[in-house]
Design a protein around this ligand. Sequence first.
Ligand code: ZN
Length: 487
Amino acid sequence: MSEAYEREAEDFLAALAEEYYQNGAGLKETLDLSPIYEQHAGLFTWASVDVLLAARATPADRHIAQFAAFEHLDSSARALTEEITNAETQATLQWDGKTIPYRLGSSLLGREPDRARRQQLHQRLLAITEQHNPRRADRLALMHTEVKGLGFAGYEPFCDELLGFDLPQLARQMQELLASTSTLWAPELRAALAEGEIRPDEADVSDLRYLLGAPQFDPLFPKENLLPALERTLAGIGISLESQSNIHLDTEERPLKSPRAFCAPVRVPSDVRLVIMPRGGREDYASLLHEAGHAEHLAHTDAAAPFPFRCLGDNSVTEAYAFVFDILLRSPTWLEQVAGIEPDDAYLRFARFYQIYYLRRYAAKLAYEQELHASDHLGPDLAARYSQLLGEAMGVDVPAASYLSDVDDGFYCAGYLRAWILEVHLRKELVAQFGDCWFATPGAGDFLKDLWRLGQELNADELAQRLGYPGLDVNLLIADLLSPPEA
Ligand SMILES: [Zn+2]
């Protein structure tokens, strides 16, 4: 592709990241993406996407075609996406005698300890979710029509071919994962429900959200220790966060700042922003470690690498680097030696429960999303399938109303699943070369930096091959999940 196209594409991504940063950091009240899409509309007209799809000779060409085709879909759906976002931002419900925003209600749900109140709040939230479903159905139908217009048989073949995932094979592997972890999941779930005094035959997804929030472990993860724990982790592998001039650490408290850490890659590798508002608690540690993994990958990407390798490609790769860090919360040695946290058996058991939960949930989501995107009839039948597939995997009641809101574009669930598989390969290699305490050896940092330099030139399968495996091996992940928590 022409240099001019690549330059404009990079400017477009920089403008999007800057806007997400301004809004998420609480520096700007609104998120105005439409003007950015309008300014760069030439990048993803049907005609330019058509040309790029036809010219997929090299990996760099394929990254560019993937970018253009997905952004084309995004910009076609932009008006509906904004309608949904605005409707959600403006929606309110009655709670405790007050009118509160829908999104606040949603975040209160996971923290409500009283089960009867939780049920009540959940029902009110679901009623609003239900109201937004027709718009979501319209948006999905529009995307399905668009991909056919671009010459693909459907949404799954479109994603599969452009992302290079082999979704049917991944789906088969995930059925294996569900089957091999079910005998482990059932007793772990029963134990967690018993702890929360919830009857298994009554349990639903809001109970699970509350249990996964695990407020009982929050005292282990104080706010003051959050940044020092990250700094010590990076120092252990030879990285001084403080002296990284291309990572801008934004820790300032602002009323409108996102409560969740995030990473905004404005320019890769020269301007990467890592944004947090420290609150403390396990989830806060997990999200900071995760986002720091993204930030380090991006900040260490070779500045001389071509744009398609620095900024585009298979996001399973950057997600795997993020998982390398957030999974440290399962390691008793890291907790004790680096974070200064004394975990007990209950915590370590919980940490594994949490991991299995996510894998099983995403495995079921993949199966469901394949059915969703293959269907021309959105409605009660699919909603029932959502409830059935997710319910079977989770072992609790999953309300059908979320059958359209619990879906990310572009089979992002598959990207996460591939990333979880790749993370085990990376961790095995780190342990093999640098020992169980790899996170305290600068050599491990050099090993990671060597891979980070590539940006996303290699996809997750190729990266597994570079590490000496025939490809991504789901059995490594299954074995990791089945292994008992370390003492
Ligand atoms: Zn991530």
